[in-house]
Design a protein around this ligand. Sequence first.
Ligand SMILES: Cc1ncc(COP(=O)(O)O)c(C=O)c1O
Length: 491
Amino acid sequence: MKRAPVSLQSETKLIFELSRQGRIGMDLPPTPDHLPDPDLPADLIRNSPLRLPEVSENVAVRHYVNLSTRNHHIDKDFYPLGSCTMKYNPKINDELAAHVGFAALSPLQSVATTQGALQMIHDLSQALLEVTGMDDITLQPAAGAQGEFTALLMFRAYHIKKEGTPRKRIIIPDSAHGTNPASIVIAGYDVTQLPSDTSGLMDIEALRANLSNDVAGLMITNPNTLGLFESHIKEIIDLVHSVGGLVYMDGANLNALMGIARPGDMGFDACHMNLHKTFSTPHGGGGPGSGPVAVKKHLAPFLPIPVIKSENGKYDIEWDRADSIGSVHSYFGNFGMLVRALAYIRSMGGDGLKAISENAIINANYLRKKLSPTYKLHCDRPCMHEVVLSGNNQKAKGVRTTDIAKRLLDYGIHPPTVYFPLIVPECLMIEPTESESRETLDEFVEVMLKIDQEAGENPEILKTAPHNTPIRRLDEAGAARNLNIRYFKDK
Ligand SMILES: Cc1ncc(COP(=O)(O)O)c(C=O)c1O
């Protein structure tokens, strides 16, 4: 096996501890003569220097390179985190987003001086509308979850305008991503959760039985969180429409559909997409992300403001929309993410986007075939971009899915998503993405089979894993709830 455990136990010092008075890593250029002295109010002028670490360039570079190896990231190794789509982020995206013409712009500049940025936003909007088959779009939401919330506010506004009341309930399947019920509640609706049928799809009879004219809508992920395509989607959408409800596609998994099927053609009224999943912008650390929402014509009046107007090759910003739900983020959202997404779309082209989805599906099914004789398959049918397995066979040997996940870290691989979707016992949700080679997939399979063998021969090595990471098993809830990232000099 190529992957050998690598010990990373050596201490990394904090950059402040490396600081030595007078060491300098860079020279700032002199202020150009044509810039006037800033006329700052006295109380805004600093009267003591900012306390920054003083280090040479090589010490700074080594420090950050070392730090970057102490955690797992997509530039370091395979990261098959199901549902989160840790696909490789091409470096050209970053180069373009850092271009001074984009990076140094302010949204407060005049429309006349920001035509290029407005065109970029407009072009990205058009490209996303083409991929989704929808009529109009907002790029404002900063995450998929915020996109869901934004669309639900539009559903409310739509029903209030049409019927004078927002209606009461939103239906979701029990395989829904956790953000769906959270968005529903925050938007002021009640959640009705329906069971999935035995094939892992939405139970149409349960849907029929739960439909009435207090239903504002249905939220459904397609492909769903079991990695399966909801094959009765047209029937589902027609049923909800028949009681006046709206249908929302959680389009977080659009990376399985590009160039193959479009939510707009399926009949959805709205969908969000996660630029940080489908369109290769960075994902993680809580943002900045981007979750644009695309809608059909009848929801367009309710889109957040501002919106971009284009006329005769000139772009303008429109703030005046009587029925808009307002703003959910300043201006057009996380602008740098938008540049990256358009760079990706343009560099791939239409055929390239289709090939991405096809390869994502092929890679997931390759792992399904290779791993399912050893790890129990939840639904025995072809999957889309991710495959959902269960660690129940390994549980019978005395280890849990969490132990498998921790042991993977010893082999230098990030674990898949575990224990989600909640309806799968000992769940392992694996999303290889299209950007991984067959060699990487084969290595992953080899490691997974080795871990299964270890579970039988030496379960203790799994139960006490990870052994080779800078920090061993964490109190994960504590680390998330009591996060402390401040540096205290005197501590
Ligand atoms: C199916 C699904 N819905 C919603 C979301 C939420 O997106 P975000 O993390 O950008 O809020 C995700 C995130 O991975 C997802 O996989």
